[in-house]
Design a protein around this ligand. Structure first.
Ligand code: HEC
Length: 193
């Protein structure tokens, strides 16, 4: 039988099972295909980066939940009563709280000034109530990390700490509504209550 062989081809006379055994032997794979090591390193680096990213996200959510439920937050206008939501609000009845960093930036009228920008670390917690019971923390925290959107971290947690809206979502469901007028650095309540 005549054979047509290109100059850069090699003909191996060996049983398929032997050739297959060599190709699939992980210990010699790098000799047959040096690129495989590079590919494995790239894949492992990507995996490590993904794991670190999701660990950071988890930690951020855990910390934010702890901050949201901490005692010592300042009640808006010192009112400890449950407020009714404004017309465009999807949130439900609520109490509004601020950490001291945020509250220290209020003017003499007890509101954040029009046109201002909160400093990093300012925390705003909306405790949402259902049937008189706390049902959700909606949280905004001023932050300039890669998880922030329009300058804020956006998240929601159930009272037991379950994340219902992760900082990893980067406020996709929140920012467009909060950016509509009126708002003061995306905070809506000052003009509504
Ligand atoms: C359709 C409009 C809309 C969307 C979407 C929305 N919000 Fe709000 N949000 C409001 C309004 C209006 C208020 C003012 C208080 C009220 O009436 O409920 C508010 C208040 C808040 C507050 C208290 C501070 C403030 O701005 O007054 C927080 C915190 C908050 N929202 C978080 C979120 C988060 C987190 C999301 C996304 C998961 C979100 N909101 C999505 C309309 C919206």
């Amino acid at each position: 039988m005549s054979k047509l062989q290109a100059r850069n081809e090699m003909v191996i006379n060996a049983p398929i099972s032997k050739i297959w055994a060599v190709i699939t032997d992980i210990n010699v794979l790098h000799k047959i295909n040096p690129g495989v090591i590079k590919a494995v390193i790239i894949a492992l680096s990507a995996l490590v980066a993904i794991i670190l990213f999701s660990c950071k996200k988890k930690k951020l959510n855990e910390n934010l939940y702890e901050e949201a439920k901490a005692s010592g937050l300042v009640l808006y206008q010192n009112k400890d009563s449950i407020l009714s939501p404004a017309g465009s609000s999807p949130h439900g009845p609520f109490k509004l709280k601020f950490n001291s960093t945020a509250a220290s930036q209020f003017g003499s009228d007890g509101k954040f000034p029009v046109g201002g920008a909160f400093t990093n670390g300012s925390l705003i917690v909306k405790e949402v109530y259902s049937g008189g019971q706390l049902s959700l923390y909606a949280v905004m925290k001023k932050d300039d990390s890669k998880f922030s959107a329009d300058g804020w971290l956006w998240a929601e947690y159930e009272p037991d700490g379950k994340t219902t809206y992760s900082v990893g979502e980067k406020g996709k469901s929140c920012t467009s509504c909060h950016a509509t007028n009126p708002n003061r650095d995306l905070i809506k309540s000052f003009d509504l209550y």
